[in-house]
Ligand binder design. Sequence first.
Ligand SMILES: NC(=O)c1ccc[n+]([C@@H]2O[C@H](COP(=O)([O-])OP(=O)(O)OC[C@H]3O[C@@H](n4cnc5c(N)ncnc54)[C@H](OP(=O)(O)O)[C@@H]3O)[C@@H](O)[C@H]2O)c1
Ligand SMILES: [Zn+2]
Ligand SMILES: [Zn+2]
Length: 436
Amino acid sequence: MEPKPRSPTQTNIPLTMKAQLLKAYNTRYELHTLETPLLSAASDPHDMLIKVTAASYCHTDHVLASGGMPGLPPRFPHIGCHEFAGEIVALSPASTPDTIKYKVGDRVGVPGRAFHPCGKCFECSSSSSGSSSNSSAFATKEQDPPGYSVYCPHALNLGISSPGGFREYAIVDSRQVALIPEEISDIQASAMMCAGLTIYAALKKCISACRPNSSLDGAKDLYIGIIGCGGGLGHLGLQFAIAMGFKAILGLDNSDGPLRLARHSAGQLATIIEEGTDQDVTLEIIDAREYPSPENLAVSFNAKYVTRYREPPASSNERNEVGLDAVIILPESQKAFDYGVGLLKNHGKCIVVSFPKEGFHLSAQDLVFRDITVMGSLVGSNKLLKEMLDFAARKQVKARIKTFPLEGLNDLVDEYHKAEGGKLVVDMKKKSATSN
Ligand SMILES: NC(=O)c1ccc[n+]([C@@H]2O[C@H](COP(=O)([O-])OP(=O)(O)OC[C@H]3O[C@@H](n4cnc5c(N)ncnc54)[C@H](OP(=O)(O)O)[C@@H]3O)[C@@H](O)[C@H]2O)c1
Ligand SMILES: [Zn+2]
Ligand SMILES: [Zn+2]
């Protein structure tokens, strides 16, 4: 291969790198050697080259790889992974201290959104980024400054509409990343870039939707539910919710591994928090298989947490006066959606995070007669990303992680389908025993 001209800061970077390629929907990843993407004088002034150290697998990687996001990826072969971490090894030669506030050697976490936003569209220039749900003062606080928006329709999404983190080197946009706090490893940080940020933002949306003018202290009198609480997002969500100080948290899942994980990780953090503060954590993790409907849960389950249902519950209009203030929907099934909405009290907020191809069926009765609000939540702003990492470091929120070498990405995918819960991460330092 002809050596190509490089900027002086890139002389130590190998000209080739390993990458896992997806060549078609519903196929295995293939390990290939590719040219390393290098920065040039023509690079965007916000661009930085990072050496990827950890690349986390998200359910959306599975959805994309199985053809569940029509039109995406725009072309094959594709490099997946929209949540990763790495060390900065070079800055765009066109950069200035205004375009890049980081230096070579910094550890950064990279969410897929938003690579090269246009800076000019409605989303980038107006005050809409960070929350499309309302224009409250609280929502405004969550936004990025004008010029950058994770909703920019012209931006690329690393790992989804452009190459992502399942490779040794990647060019990222300095506006989309966050410095990783000392207390957090690259592997932990990678798992927080989509899962952590998304669930953190969804929890804050529960607060802003129910208590529009409050900040985190709005959580203290709210009862919330997390449906799918033992999955990648869910087990982090339970921990963030405990640390945010919600009055009561109800987690539901429907399989053994995720339920074990939810009880373990949330229980551990609840103990730490109860010992360190005077907060009394009210947390219940429910096996949805044992309680097939919200009414059934109310009747059978006699914990202090669900006394809001009163006894006898589910009778006539009384059912409408009690229930949760907000629920977050993480599974893709209609059953889970219906369960979540059923747990809400009248005027409750349903925050949808999953996006099944076939969508969800909404009961007009719930919307009209119970005034239920359904709203979506899309990852989170760069401002929230930084806030989330700092919060996770302070409150000891941690993903349960199993690591694999880059060569073992297909093993990771096989493990994902065992549905044990938690996060699966490619650790670039890990050596494989066998290659795939
Ligand atoms: N909005 C955004 O910006 C955004 C960002 C990231 C991810 N997402 C989406 O968020 C969703 C959650 O991601 P994830 O990584 O946490 O997925 P996950 O690990 O598969 O977690 C979902 C959990 O829900 C459980 N579940 C399924 N049906 C249930 C039911 N009826 N009742 C209770 N629990 C049930 C699952 O159990 P089983 O495994 O047994 O089914 C699993 O433990 C995915 O759809 C993903 O695509 C959205
Ligand atoms: Zn994701
Ligand atoms: Zn834009």
